[in-house]
Design a protein around this ligand. Structure first.
Ligand code: CUA
Length: 179
């Protein structure tokens, strides 16, 4: 028999299993199971992974909730575009809106307090990359992601859109204050 001719027995699962082959299959299977268990473990214990709750929404519904929060908790405006800076009370729901090509509003949180941060997009896919803590979440239109956040260090954090969203993608940046 040679490699260029088909084998006498064409059905591969009828070939006897070589010992080395069997060993590799067993190793691969055990590794798969370990990786599977680690996914669950990271989800529960990993500090690097944020587990988001996700709900269906529409841009109109989401914009309404974000607007209500901005109307209630704006403390000042910033930048040339007069973007409102909101400081919602600890424990409350905070809404960040992504759209071509900005984040709205600017959020100010208190250190060591827990918030429910909501993320949604008004148009296309955007990204929420929080630096320098390196948190990464996709912002998807039609869906509302909710992340529990407890900032443990005060300062000014950068928010960067890390999903390519068109000609001005590189200008889609914002900030988040922790007092
Ligand atoms: Cu939004 Cu890139």
């Amino acid at each position: 028999m040679s490699a260029i001719l088909p084998p006498a027995e064409r059905l591969w699962w009828k070939h006897p299993l070589d010992r080395v082959e069997g060993t590799w299959i067993a190793i691969a299977l055990v590794w798969c199971l370990i990786m599977f268990a680690m996914m669950v473990g990271w989800h529960i214990y990993g500090s690097q992974n944020l587990s988001t709750e996700t709900y269906k929404t529409t841009p109109e519904q989401y914009a309404k909730k974000a607007q209500a929060m901005v109307d209630k908790y704006t403390i000042r405006t910033e930048t040339a575009d007069n973007i409102p800076v909101v400081a919602p009370p600890p424990g409350s729901d905070v809404y960040l809106t992504a759209r071509l090509w900005n984040f709205w509003p600017i959020i100010e949180l208190e250190k060591d307090k827990t918030y429910r941060l909501h993320l949604s997009s008004m148009d296309y896919n955007h990204g929420f990359s929080l630096q320098p803590v390196n948190i990464n979440i996709q912002i998807v239109p039609g869906y509302e992601h909710v992340v529990k956040v407890t900032p443990n260090k005060s300062g000014t954090y950068s928010i960067v859109c890390n999903e390519y969203c068109g000609i001005n993608h590189h200008t889609m940046v914002s900030r988040l204050y922790v007092k």
